[in-house]
Design a binder for this molecule. Structure first.
Ligand code: NAD
Length: 529
């Protein structure tokens, strides 16, 4: 047992959630599982805290984010070490992908939320409605249930938790049962930052607790995880009409066109396929390269993959750590076996490395894969880079779009204009030209997709808008004037209404002008109710 992030309860709980080191299989700490029966009380506390929180000025709410960022910065090395120990990613990746992105989110939203929440003028285009002033307000939703996965155990939940707080919500976080220590760390940071009691509550448990949290009636569910669980969440939320954001799986395609800088593109392919041991929703899971450059490109990918150091993620020199659990490795191995049985060729890697630990798998480059293989259709979520040679750009686009997923994609080319032209044709929520994966770390970039990648967005202004209720408020600038469309209908009004339509929409301008004077009568007609 390494660290204890929560006090041991006075009464032994009925159930525990273990924090396991995926590199060794060792149980490092454990956390009392939250009983489902406690959720009613947890929701009540959250509601009470939210009412008081929403009444505070936005700038005061943003100060909490600022303090959260300061506390995370002060504990950055400890946080990165914990992510490495619990999720198995190399320390550099823990620092970049979890700690840096979370810090950036804290400071970005603490600065931007006041602007994002400022009432927005809604000018009316219709001249007949010019005397009405429209405003869009963004109000808190209430209690958000945040159900998150294990693979970016700080970055994914904090990317929603922090803006949700700035927007005036309370949040109940259900981290993945595979990363309870990271969940406990978030609770600690919120407390150290000065979050009022009940505003941020972290519940520890497995899928059943996530389902019970939804049944407890939050005002919105922001879920990130697998397609299968996402569908269950959508079903559970359908009957009580709880709105959802679903950030699900991906099968991102990388398109390498013949004018691409192959050295850079191959380095990106290897990193994009194997970062976090391929366990990223935005991993490169399908690579289409134009046949003219396929041979040298593939050779570079193989050489660079062979150079990767697989090992203990706590060692600074390690490039690739273990997968999260042995059963996850088994799932990937089954996909590889199926592909090989159907004619695919593994060019490097592909072997389980149980000599290193229970869940290690060599980074794998594979070719001669075909669209009907599970490896090409289903999310792999492991260190596998399938490379497919295609005739030309047209074939690359068609193959990339042949997927149930649509999270992200990338295009590699020497021409930015060509890159954007291809991006326009790709079915993906985000497309990077000459880079992979990294848009997840750009606060201004919306994250999400459609199809089996889910719906809604996180991050950016678009993600922020998922955490507020839009209220349109209309103020009449001529309150003393009764409206033309109110009761008191008669032949005169009918004619004036006809003239008004002509004024607004007649195809000829002279016709519009002639009708204008007659339609104006509608404004001072008598006999209104
Ligand atoms: P998962 O679906 O197994 O679990 C996700 C969370 O859902 C966990 O907290 C789990 O306990 C909870 N859960 C399980 N059953 C539930 C139920 N019935 N009701 C409510 N909650 C339930 O996913 P995972 O293995 O933790 O994460 C990997 C998946 O997440 C991959 O598919 C990956 O692509 C996806 N992911 C997507 C994004 C994105 O932004 N699109 C980001 C990271 C990960």
């Amino acid at each position: 047992m390494v660290e204890t992030l929560t006090a041991e309860p006075a009464v032994a709980p009925a159930d525990w959630v273990d924090s396991v080191n995926p590199a060794t299989g060792e149980v490092c700490s454990r956390f009392p599982a939250t009983p489902a029966e406690a959720l009613t009380q947890i929701m009540t506390r959250a509601r009470r805290a939210q009412t008081e929180w929403a009444a505070r000025p936005v700038r005061e709410r943003c100060r909490l984010l600022q303090h959260f960022g300061e506390r995370l910065y002060a504990r950055r090395d400890e946080a990165a070490a914990l992510v490495t120990r619990e999720a198995g990613k190399p320390r550099v990746e823990a620092l970049f992908a979890d700690v840096l992105t979370s810090l950036d989110a804290a400071f970005y939203y603490s600065q931007q939320a006041p602007r994002m929440l400022r009432p927005e003028a809604v000018p009316h285009h219709n001249p007949a409605l010019k005397a009405k002033r429209g405003r869009l307000w963004r109000e808190p939703i209430g209690v958000i249930a945040l159900i998150s996965p294990w693979n970016y155990p700080l970055a994914v939940p904090l990317g929603t938790l922090l803006p949700a707080l700035a927007a005036g919500n309370a949040v109940v976080v259900k981290p993945s049962e595979l990363v309870p220590a990271c969940g406990a760390l978030m609770a600690e940071l919120a407390k150290e930052a000065g979050a009022p009691d009940g505003l941020v509550q972290v519940v520890q448990g497995r899928g059943a607790l996530g389902a019970a949290l939804i049944a407890a009636g939050p005002d919105k569910v922001v879920f990130t995880g697998s397609v299968a669980t996402g569908k269950r969440v959508a079903e559970a939320c359908a009957s009580p009409l709880i709105p959802t954001v679903l950030e699900l799986g991906g099968k991102d395609a990388m398109l390498v066109l013949s004018d691409a800088a192959l050295e850079r593109a191959s380095s990106a392919a290897v990193w994009g396929g194997f970062t976090n041991c391929g366990q990223a929703c935005r991993s490169v899971e399908r690579l289409y390269v134009e046949r003219a450059v396929a041979r040298p490109f593939l050779e570079m990918c193989i050489q660079k993959t062979k150079q990767l150091r697989l090992g203990d993620p706590a060692d600074p020199a390690t490039d690739v750590g273990p997968m999260i659990r042995p059963e996850h490795r088994e799932r990937v191995l089954r996909q590889l076996e199926d592909a090989v049985a159907r004619g695919a060729r593994i060019l490097t890697g592909g072997r389980p490395r149980s000599d290193l630990g229970p869940a290690y798998l060599e980074p794998t480059v594979i070719t001669d894969v075909t669209p009907e293989m599970s490896l090409m259709r289903d999310e792999t979520f492991g260190p596998v880079l399938p490379v497919i040679a295609v005739e030309d750009e047209e074939h690359a686009v068609r193959a990339a779009n042949d997927s149930r997923f649509s999270l992200g994609a990338s295009v590699w080319t020497g021409s930015a204009a060509r890159g954007r032209r291809v991006a326009a044709r790709l079915a993906a929520g985000s497309v990077m030209v000459n880079d992979v994966v990294s848009y997840f770390g750009i606060c201004e970039a919306p994250h999400g997709g459609w199809g089996e990648s889910g719906w809604g967005r996180t991050h950016s202004r678009a993600g922020f808008d998922e955490l507020v209720r839009l209220k349109y408020v209309d103020t009449d600038a001529l309150p003393g004037v009764p409206k033309a469309w109110w009761y008191g209908y008669n032949q005169g009004l009918l004619e004036s209404a006809g003239h008004m339509l002509e004024t607004l929409f007649a195809p000829r301008w002279d016709h519009r002008v002639r009708s204008a004077a007659r339609s104006a009568r509608v404004l001072w007609r008598r006999g209104r109710v």
